[in-house]
Write a protein that binds this ligand. Structure first.
Ligand SMILES: Nc1nc2c([nH]c(=O)n2[C@H]2C[C@H](O)[C@@H](COP(=O)(O)OP(=O)(O)OP(=O)(O)O)O2)c(=O)[nH]1
Ligand SMILES: [Mg+2]
Length: 126
């Protein structure tokens, strides 16, 4: 099973907004860049906008494609389309009750992310 996912690296100055995946979710208890699965007939950018509105309550006004990562979790393979989100309207929040945090980019490696994110975290730190 291949799952196409859009994820937003929401940036403000030297900080990045991350959220904690709920225990009940896949990769639960790990931090993530907010986002979610692309619906059928939806472009990745449309999915990114929809997901960040649903999960964080923001409206993206500027974003740039950053990296595509395919990762095999065994039962499923995720194709993660990471975008840097550099401008938005609204203040990001955990709209679905998830824990969220603005963290310094240089401290990102002290948060535990899913395996698929290891490279991205490294890229952001370099
Ligand atoms: N959003 C997000 N998902 C990630 C990241 N890293 C990573 O491995 N994933 C995986 C976990 C999930 O298997 C999949 C994304 O699914 P999701 O649970 O966010 O999807 P969704 O928001 O549409 O949630 P749902 O409605 O299906 O519950 O990608 C990441 O940084 N952000
Ligand atoms: Mg999600």
């Amino acid at each position: 099973m291949l799952i196409k996912v859009a994820a937003g690296i929401i940036l403000r100055g030297d900080k990045v907004f991350i959220s904690l995946r709920k225990a009940s979710q896949d990769q639960g208890g790990l931090w993530e860049f907010p986002g979610g699965k692309c619906d059928d007939h939806e472009t990745v950018l449309e999915a990114l906008k929809r997901e960040l509105h649903e999960e964080c309550g923001i409206t993206i006004t500027d974003s740039h494609f950053f990296k595509l990562v395919s990762h095999d979790y065994g039962s499923k393979t995720v194709e993660l389309h990471f975008y840097k989100v550099t401008a938005f309207e609204g203040e990001p929040q955990g709209k679905e009750g998830q824990q969220v945090a603005w963290v310094n980019i240089k401290d990102l490696d002290s948060y535990e992310f899913p395996d698929a994110n290891k490279g991205i975290v490294k890229d952001l730190l370099s």
